[in-house]
Design a protein around this ligand. Structure first.
Ligand code: HDD
Length: 686
């Protein structure tokens, strides 16, 4: 008998109400009236008998499920992974078996701390979870956009998350780490320092989900046909380059467009401008792992690219938005324990704890152990076993073979699945990296005690401007901390990252510099790594970037058309903004705006240009939205294009000319950059 037919994939059910379809109840009964409940007389009471009404309200009352305890707010898309460099020498995983092989994926990006309805641009780590539907089962690479994690052992995860989520008694702040309990925890747990400095850097305010790196974080192992294991880390590199916002911009975006990242991802896919990343592995030889001054099993540490270069093995393209947000994005369940033959875990104690947590949480979130039958979670290869029943069982296994071993085949019956073909073998060696399987103990490897070498390396690898952003971010966050002893303790701890950082934050807060905390283990000097800086790797491009052009009645259409086509030719997109959205007379024809000025602030653009006549400028000089449009673009270090008419608006807003404030003729060349040198002129950084 066909195993797949017996216990196979849950089928996708698309319920679509179309013009040609009769409206029915959930049980298929045709409905005559979807406007009025059943009453005893037109002014009479509603009848309990009304099964149409009761079913509809019953279903509605139960539409929500518990949101994820972390990473509740997310956006996802379907796509594929294509192997570009086969690695059968390293792994038997089928997705890496041959060049050109494509594997379907479902990828969900998320913030960590906020609820499902919170905003897209808080300062936060971003989740980067990829489900590969391989032909030997699902592999879930559940990573983040930062390559390290706050804690070393899963036993601390509930404490970390309780401290960062809204405070237990007051229920705020939502989606923010700038509060007492987070910094209290951080200051008492120096192992958080490396991830903290990453999270206080511009990495935590990405411009777009399409412009973030992704990391598997842990060291994993690849296993080849001979059973040989190789340590690897996984890196996703966005085709559009890594880009971040400035803090003031990301804060204002929380008002201007709560869905800034979700909208950007949706619009890019709808436009056929498919988001793309390269997947690279960092091969960490056993010799390298043993020679490093820290453990590769410690998730608070990176292995610098200079020590273990990236080898690109494939690319991921996201080319389809989910048909239904709830059915797919909300119900998707990612499990680090989902590995396939050829990919295996390491003894990283954080990873080991995750292997339990993600399976467990789905029962509470999705309500059933059969969550793997939900179409987005079901493998696309056949699956068959003796697991049966449970709530919401949607498959109908045939026959009596629900136990093993059995000899039903000897009587001509179906005996059920057996272990045949390629199977997952757990890598058995437990003595690597000097591990001595021993008595039971609650203990970490000694090198886990070095908390400061890598955050110092990160600090030293940044540009001056990026360092100023980090010091300002910590200053901002601590300014929201109300307990003075917590603020002091943070400053005493971060001095071990670098004395400059501590001094700058103390100065920014206006507090006395406390004595540096005593490190648990003295830091070692690590060479700076350029790969850790965003600005040093900035990609000057308009691809995936959005330009706003401000115009009004009477503006010159030819100039607007040219700017638009020049930006689009370089891969950017354009939104026309005007005080009114209806079609209006302009010089050379008529034109309608895509967005109204008051609802399309310059924070939603990467660069802005203005095509205005002097008489329009006189009106706009009295409009707060127009002034903020210009001043914010300048303060957010964006290129500003202007014509002779609009120059007056710049002068009115006290915009000083610089490399990024250019005539419209030079705008396209200027628009792909941010002007970091301008920053000291617009804000006082720590
Ligand atoms: Fe986690 C969700 C990433 C440590 C427990 N985690 C979750 C998601 C991502 C990560 C991207 C969202 C998946 C989705 O889109 O549905 N988590 C990480 C990374 C970690 C990490 C990169 C460290 C390297 N997580 C971690 C630990 C634990 C958890 C140590 C518990 C011991 N994480 C969870 C969870 C979540 C989750 C509570 C919430 C929803 C879910 O799993 O499905 O179980």
């Amino acid at each position: 008998m066909d195993k797949k037919a017996q216990t196979g994939n849950a089928g996708e059910t698309h319920q679509r109400a179309g013009d040609d379809q009769q409206l029915t109840t959930n049980h298929g009964v045709p409905v005559s009236d979807n406007q009025n409940s059943l009453k005893a007389g037109s002014n009479g009471p509603t009848l309990l008998e009304d099964f149409v009404l009761r079913e509809k309200i019953f279903h509605f009352d139960h539409e929500r499920i518990p949101e994820r305890i972390v990473h509740a707010r997310g956006s996802a898309a379907h796509g594929y992974f294509e192997c570009t460099d086969a690695i059968p020498d390293l792994s038997i995983a089928s997705l890496f078996a041959e060049k050109g092989k494509r594997t379907p994926v479902f990828t969900r990006f998320s913030t960590v701390a906020g609820g499902a309805g919170s905003v897209d641009t808080p300062r936060d780590v971003r989740g980067f979870a990829v489900k590969f539907y391989t032909d030997e089962g699902n592999w879930d690479l559940v990573g983040n956009n930062i390559p390290v994690f706050f804690i070393q052992d899963a036993i601390k995860f509930p404490d970390l998350i309780h401290s960062v989520k809204m405070e237990a008694d007051r229920g705020y702040p939502q989606a923010a780490s700038a509060h007492d309990t987070f910094w209290d925890f951080i200051s008492l747990m120096p192992e958080t320092m490396n991830t903290l400095i990453w999270a206080m850097s511009d990495r935590a305010i990405p411009r777009s989900l399409r412009m973030m790196q992704g990391f598997g974080v842990h060291t994993f192992r690849l296993v080849n046909a001979e059973g040989k294991s190789t340590f690897v880390k996984f890196h996703w590199t966005p085709k559009l380059g890594v880009q971040s916002l400035v803090w003031d911009e990301s804060a204002k975006l929380q008002g201007a467009d709560n869905d800034f990242h979700r909208r950007d991802l949706f619009e890019a896919i709808e436009a056929g401008d498919y988001p793309e990343w390269e997947l690279a592995i960092q091969i960490i030889s056993d010799e390298l792992a043993e020679s490093l001054p820290y453990s590769v099993l410690d998730a608070t540490k990176i292995v610098p690219e200079e020590d273990a270069p990236l080898r690109v093995v494939g690319r991921m393209v996201l080319d389809r938005w989910p048909d239904n947000f709830f059915a797919e994005t909300e119900q998707s369940a990612f499990l680090p324990s989902n590995v396939v033959p050829g990919i295996d875990f390491t003894n990283d104690p954080l990873l080991q704890g995750r292997l339990f947590s993600y399976l467990d949480t789905q029962k509470s979130r999705l309500g059933t152990t059969n969550f793997h039958q939900i179409p987005v979670n079901a493998p696309k290869c056949p699956f068959a076993n003796m697991q049966r029943d449970g709530m919401m069982q949607t498959m109908i296994p045939k026959g009596r073979a629900n136990y093993e071993p059995n000899s039903l085949d000897e009587a001509g019956e179906d005996a059920g699945p057996r272990e045949t073909g390629t199977v997952f073998h757990t890598y058995e060696d437990n003595t690597e990296l000097g591990n001595e399987p021993s008595e039971k103990l609650r203990k970490r490897d000694e090198t886990f005690g070095d908390h400061y070498s890598q955050p110092r390396q990160f600090w030293l690898s940044q540009t001056d401007n990026e360092r100023a952003h980090i010091a300002s971010a910590i200053t901002f966050e601590l300014s929201k901390v109300s307990l003075p002893h917590v603020r002091d303790r943070v400053v005493s701890v971060i001095q071990n990252i670098h004395p400059d950082l501590g001094r700058r934050v103390a100065d920014g807060l206006g507090i006395d510099l406390p004595k540096a905390a005593k490190p648990f283990r003295e830091p070692v000097e690590l060479a700076p790594s350029d790969a850790l800086s965003i600005q040093k790797n900035w990609k000057d491009t308009l691809e995936g970037r959005k330009v706003g052009i401000l115009f009004a009645e009477g503006s010159d259409k030819a100039t607007i058309d040219k700017l638009k086509s020049d930006v689009e030719a370089k891969g950017g997109s354009v939104m026309l903004v005007a005080p009114k959205v209806g079609e209006m007379e302009v010089k050379g024809g008529t034109l309608a705006a895509d967005g109204q000025l008051a609802g399309s602030p310059s924070v939603i653009f990467d660069a802005v240009a203005m095509v205005l006549m002097p008489e329009q400028v006189e009106k706009l000089k009295k409009d707060a939205a127009a002034k903020a449009w210009v001043s914010d673009a300048y303060a957010h270090l964006k290129a500003i294009g202007h014509c002779p008419g609009s120059k007056e608006l710049l002068d009115h807003c006290h915009i000083e000319a610089d490399e990024g404030v250019v005539k419209n003729e030079d705008f396209v060349a200027a628009a792909s950059k941010r002007y970091w040198d301008r920053e000291p002129k617009v804000r006082d950084l720590a």
